[in-house]
Ligand binder design. Structure first.
Ligand code: 4NP
Length: 151
């Protein structure tokens, strides 16, 4: 069975689509499955933000196949690892957890770089293009570490 990883942010149009695309590019698709979701439903069915699409493309990562969806309780059964981009996502995911097994699956993505730091991937939605590149670099570093660990 494949190991399944879910990346979660607020809208599932800026950060977690990039996180999904970056991690998927570093893992063997016959052994791993990567998906993403948002804790809010504002953008359900939408493509990733144009700025995330452009930033991914600049690094050879195509995320245009993705459509926004909301995080749902059954994601705890489906996925082995659930990564939150920030503290607010983390709290909102944990609020839906029912068991200790559910809770143990949830991690802050940047703790891959600095364990226990609980550092956040900043929400780039209201900023400029540089914010998206900054997000890309953080996620690339975190995903490289995680991919090496589980591969
Ligand atoms: P994301 O960014 O959580 O990285 O997808 C956001 C996208 C949309 C909104 C907020 C954050 N919004 O308020 O619509």
């Amino acid at each position: 069975m494949k190991t399944k990883i879910l990346m979660v942010c607020l809208g599932n149009i800026c950060r977690s689509p990039l996180a999904e695309g970056i991690l998927a590019s570093k893992l063997d698709p016959t052994k791993f499955e990567v998906d993403s979701a948002g804790t809010a439903g504002y953008h359900v069915g939408n493509l990733p933000d144009r700025r995330s699409i452009v930033t991914g493309k600049q690094h050879g990562i195509d995320i245009t196949y993705q459509r926004s969806r909301k995080f749902i309780k059954s994601d705890f059964q489906t996925f082995d690892y659930i990564f939150a981009m920030d503290q607010s996502n983390y709290t909102n995911i944990l609020a839906l957890a029912e068991t200790e097994t559910d809770r143990e699956k949830v991690h802050m993505i940047l703790n891959q770089i600095s364990p226990n730091s609980n550092a956040e991937v900043p929400d780039p939605y209201y900023g400029g293009d540089q914010g998206f590149e900054n997000v890309y670099q953080m996620l690339d570093e975190a995903c490289t570490i995680f991919a090496e660990k589980i591969s």
